[in-house]
Design a binder for this molecule. Structure first.
Ligand SMILES: Cc1cc2nc3c(=O)[nH]c(=O)nc-3n(C[C@H](O)[C@H](O)[C@H](O)COP(=O)(O)OP(=O)(O)OC[C@H]3O[C@@H](n4cnc5c(N)ncnc54)[C@H](O)[C@@H]3O)c2cc1C
Length: 359
């Protein structure tokens, strides 16, 4: 899909652990800062990134990430089959395709996105909240003329009422824009954004917005929040948006999905752990961090529900303390427990009982 993506430390770590990092970040943009701004371009909050001791965040094209994942999978000997919709999965490990084709697997990992139908095929109970807001995404060519040079390289999020406009340089050729608003906001007309309307909201970005005239929206997504009662049933594990979708205010849905996939792989690879125990261990160790990320991003919707006169001073105040940035960045510090750090490792003194079992 033609759109950009933020990859923070946690997602980068996940990619590195499967050998996909170099391909994913080749030519990616490394901005000096993320800034939250008023509609007229005043900075309310700034988080410095990508320097010594700072959080790392690269912005890339989504299709580059997909290609890097495909290459890493092929290098690992994975057989990839596309155009092959799964109709149902069963806790015993059965995967049902069309025309009565059934495969049986030791472990079935379901990552079929926020609209997952396979969740229902194993009768999982879950909470799914369709939010009032969503986003339209557009790519425009990179140009030196949109913004002053020092701003053009930053990741900028500007607010006006219930609208947000995200400006993201991705490659030397591409800028990714996300227009976030209520689903019934007339500023998005079918497949086009109403440039005049968005320019009225964000006069400081008028030059950027001019470049969107006549450019069709890549796609519109209404934001959702999903919470499963349990992440697995029998031999079937769920992850990514199918299991823990979140609104993209933190840019963490993909990062969380990838980190959790690596955590699952590590848990089921621990020697001596049977599948049911491995799946329980995975969920116990990973779920609290994933849900903290979901809660933070879900809470951030509230910034769209207050007038500028209330939000701007609040965000400015939050920018003066480190706690707000810290809660936003907590997800970026999450790391899956890899096999070498596993609790059964005899060198791990924190788990002497398990160590004994292993020996
Ligand atoms: C506006 C917006 C901006 C975002 N920005 C960021 C960001 O900057 N950084 C970030 O980390 N995340 C971001 N996200 C979130 C991120 O896109 C998702 O969290 C991520 O794509 C989830 O990955 P997934 O693999 O779980 O699901 P998906 O990416 O939805 O993939 C699911 C796949 O399963 C396939 N599928 C579905 N049903 C079946 C079936 N029955 N059989 C076979 N295949 C099936 C689909 O075709 C699809 O390819 C953003 C989301 C939105 C809406």
């Amino acid at each position: 899909m033609g759109a950009g993506l933020y990859l923070w430390d946690n997602g980068l770590f996940a990619l590195d652990s499967i050998g996909a990092l170099a391909g994913a970040v080749d030519g990616a943009h490394e901005a000096p800062a993320v800034e939250m701004r008023t509609r007229s371009g005043k900075t309310l909050m700034r988080i410095n990134i990508n320097g010594e001791g700072r959080p790392r965040c690269v912005t890339i094209l989504r299709n580059q990430l997909i290609k890097a994942l495909v290459n890493a999978a092929k290098d690992a000997g994975v057989e990839l089959v596309t155009d092959s919709a799964v109709l149902a999965v069963r806790p015993e490990g059965e995967v049902h395709f069309g025309q009565g084709r059934v495969h049986t697997a030791d472990l079935v990992v379901v990552a079929d996105g926020v609209h997952s139908r396979l969740r229902d095929s194993v009768d999982l109970s879950y909470t799914r909240i369709r939010m009032r807001q969503g986003a339209a995404r557009i790519m425009i060519p990179q140009s030196g003329g949109y913004l002053p040079a020092e701003d053009s390289v930053k990741l900028l999020e500007s607010f006006h009422g219930s609208r947000r406009l995200l400006y993201t340089p991705c490659t030397p050729e591409h800028v990714y824009l996300a227009f976030t608003c209520d689903a019934d906001d007339p500023a998005i007309n079918g497949s086009y954004v109403n440039t005049a309307e968005w320019s009225r909201s964000f006069p400081a970005l008028a030059m950027v917005l001019r470049a969107t005239e006549g450019v069709p929206v890549t796609r519109w997504d209404t934001f959702e929040y999903v919470r499963l009662a349990t992440w697995s049933r029998g031999k079937v594990a769920f992850l990514g948006d199918a299991a823990h979708a979140q609104p993209p205010y933190l840019g963490q849905g993909g990062g969380t999905a990838m980190t959790n996939a690596v955590a699952l792989a590590a848990a089921v690879s621990r020697p001596g752990l049977e599948l049911p125990d491995a799946l329980q261990t995975w969920e116990r160790e990973t779920r609290p961090g994933v849900e903290r990320t979901q809660r933070t991003s879900y809470r951030m919707r509230l910034l769209n529900r207050v007038p500028d006169g209330v939000r701007n001073p609040l965000v400015r105040l939050a920018g003066l303390t480190s706690s707000s940035a810290n809660s936003q960045l907590a997800a970026t510090r999450l790391r899956p427990k890899l096999t070498s750090e596993n609790p059964k490792n005899p060198k791990n003194p924190e788990h002497p009982d398990i160590t004994k079992e292993t020996q």
